[in-house]
Design a protein around this ligand. Structure first.
Ligand code: IMP
Length: 222
């Protein structure tokens, strides 16, 4: 009989992605859907701390006899803003939105796209945290890139229309700004590419890969 992992999320897309990664390992992923307000979103300094605090709360909602529960948290970290909005990404998106983020970076411009990418560097980061009944395992994933000067595309969600990922090489490693890799959005933002392409760069996918690596003991680069 397979072990059930209860995944605390309201997002069907995240559920599908987690199922894709964890079912080959013999886990059955089920959605732990709680009423609005059941989990308090803690104001802490790192995604890891937020994920652990949410995991602690989620444990009490596990169905009788169940042991495994998982949460996942992500955010956009903008280097020239010292990592803002980071753990506050969801709030920043609801308040200033990506247009507000563009205004905050208005003074950082360059005609040279490579220099612009360095001046406006940022990364999406994600943490997946799993409680197995006795221990917490953390998987971390990052997608480095930069903030565009104007928004572009209607795909995705959140800050996708202003985030340009760095190209990645054949091993899935991000390359320095200005270097072409086997996987590239050719300067387009996540908002202007399909979900299938975004998945190749995804911080969330990398966090799950990292988690899986620890569960199986396989070595895998982040
Ligand atoms: P969550 O923890 O996955 O809900 O992410 C928190 C917030 O970070 C979201 O509300 C978005 O504003 C932002 N964010 C996280 N991941 C992404 C992404 O892949 N694309 C765009 N925005 C994201």
């Amino acid at each position: 009989m397979s072990t059930v992992i209860w995944f605390l999320t309201g997002n069907e897309g995240k559920l599908t992605e987690a199922t894709h990664h964890l079912s080959p390992l013999g886990f059955e992923v089920r959605q732990l859907l709680l009423p609005e307000g059941a989990i308090v979103e803690p104001q802490l300094d790192s995604l890891e701390d937020v994920a652990i605090a949410k995991l602690e709360q989620a444990k009490q909602y596990l169905p009788e006899g169940e042991t495994h529960v998982m949460v996942e948290d992500a955010g956009l970290f903008v280097d020239p803003l010292d990592g803002f909005p980071g753990v506050y990404s969801s709030y920043a998106y609801k308040t200033i939105g990506f247009q507000g983020l563009l205004r905050l970076l208005d003074h950082l411009q360059s005609e040279d796209p490579v220099q612009a990418a360095s001046l406006r560097s940022a990364s999406f980061q994600a943490v997946a945290a799993l409680w197995d009944g006795s221990n917490i395992t953390l998987g971390k994933g990052s997608c480095p890139g930069s903030i565009s000067t104007t928004s572009n595309g209607e795909e995705g969600f959140g800050f996708d229309p202003v985030f340009i990922p760095r190209d990645i090489d054949d091993l899935g490693q991000p390359l320095p700004p200005g270097t072409y890799g086997v996987t590239s959005t050719h300067g387009a933002t996540f908002g202007a590419v399909s979900l299938e392409i975004k998945q190749k760069f995804s911080h969330r996918r990398r966090a799950l890969d990292h988690l899986v690596t620890q569960l199986t003991g396989d070595s895998q680069d982040l």
